[in-house]
Design a protein around this ligand. Structure first.
Ligand SMILES: *Cc1c(COP(=O)(O)O)cnc(C)c1O
Length: 383
């Protein structure tokens, strides 16, 4: 089976892990944690960085640091991972969803503008408090107009850059936008620590809250007396050691992902009935965190059907995100807006989109095998 994602761990990962063992520094107090934070801050132009247990907890911490009043509304894409909406709901806030753009698969900026205007007309600016910008699959969200809207309506911005290590928007590194930004270091991400995440900010007050909330709100003077309830979201030195080694090779990882994307593009260009990832916009070149494809409506099967056919021929795939407004858990919790907003693009992407093997370890011959099999199976599926 050609795996859908596989990290490359043959740099200094082993050596740095051995250093942790030899020195006895394995907890979050070891030196690799600060080094990893400093290097991520430098790469994203941020003042403060906090290494955490994973990307999901990083989003939860970012939301907690904003201290929004219960019932505040956070605008976010419906086409995203459950982590984003969990962070909003666990902090007592209400998600307001925006449909996806059919080309970039990111939140549709025009629909965002319409939704904000509509909400302001309905309820003034009382409950609308933040926007979560989630960069999806390889292209960043169009941040300039999003930041203009946030500024106009006085909204905080959280940037979810979990899939965007090494990507930039108009030359500015992803992870450097908004009040707080978030990364994940899960093994399918461009930089991995096994499990891991990070929150970054330039705001000293938000940084202080993140520092305290990450570490159970222990107080410097009176350690076991707490003014606030925190979390234990600390990353260990072992994980950070792997992260430091991974970062040394991030530029190479990015180059490999882009070469993979270009190769798939060339091999699949003539395949009718298949939408390929949008290669570039005027603000970024695709980084192909994953190589996503969307079946045309004329193809006589859907994403699940095609993924089954490919699995039978030894090719691993993953479905696209299932939209948040269609999540049974959210429908049951009654947290979904009753307004008659519609999300046709996200619904179609979920049913017809999936991604091909996209790991950094993928070989040229594997890319060729995947591509020729996809072409053959689409032809066989008929229209
Ligand atoms: C992976 C991912 C997360 C969650 O990160 P974990 O480390 O898996 O918890 C959050 N947001 C996005 C966009 C992701 O891709």
């Amino acid at each position: 089976m050609i795996p859908v994602n596989e990290p490359l761990l043959d740099g200094n990962e082993g050596r740095y892990l051995q250093e942790c063992i030899d020195s006895g520094w394995i907890s979050s107090e070891g030196p690799f944690v600060e080094r990893f934070e400093a290097e991520m801050a430098a790469r994203t132009g941020r003042k403060f960085a906090f290494a955490l247990t994973n990307g999901t907890t990083a989003l939860e911490l970012a939301m907690a640091a904003l201290r929004l009043e219960p019932g505040s509304m956070v605008v976010m894409p419906t086409f995203c991972i459950i982590s984003c909406v969990a962070a909003v709901i666990r902090n007592g806030c209400i998600p307001l969803f925006v449909d996806a753009d059919p080309l970039t698969w990111n939140l549709d900026i025009e629909k965002l503008a319409e939704l904000l205007k509509d909400q302001i007309e309905r309820q003034g600016n009382r409950k609308l408090k933040a926007i979560m910008a989630v960069h999806t699959y390889g292209l960043p969200v169009d941040m300039d107009p999003l930041l203009v809207l946030a500024d106009r309506y006085g909204l905080k911005v959280i940037e979810d850059a979990a899939e965007m290590h090494g990507q930039s928007y108009r030359g500015v590194a992803c992870g450097g936008f908004g009040d707080l930004s978030v990364f994940s270091f899960y093994p399918n991400k461009l930089v991995t620590t096994g499990e891991g995440g990070m929150v970054l900010t330039d705001d000293p007050l938000l940084a202080e809250r993140c520092r305290s909330l990450r570490n159970l709100c222990f107080q410097p003077g009176r350690r076991f007396v707490h003014e606030e309830l925190g979390y234990n979201f600390r990353m260990s030195n072992l994980q950070a050691a792997v992260g430091v080694a991974q970062l040394e090779r991030l530029d190479m990882f990015v180059a490999r992902k882009r070469a993979m994307g270009a190769r798939y593009d060339a091999l699949l260009a003539d395949c009718n009935g298949l939408q390929l990832p949008h290669a570039r916009t005027d603000y970024a070149d695709n980084i192909y965190w994953v190589y996503g494809v969307v079946l045309g409506d004329e193809v006589a099967t859907d994403a699940l059907g095609m993924m089954g056919r490919l699995a039978e021929r030894g090719i691993g795939t993953r479905p696209f995100f299932w939209p948040m407004h269609e999540q049974p858990v959210l429908q049951r919790m009654g947290t979904l807006p009753t307004d008659n907003y519609r999300f046709p693009v996200a619904e179609r992407l979920a049913r017809r989109g999936f991604y091909l093997p996209s790991g950094i370890a993928l070989s040229e011959s594997q890319i060729e095998e995947v591509s020729s099999t996809v072409v053959a199976e689409i032809a066989k599926a008929g229209r």
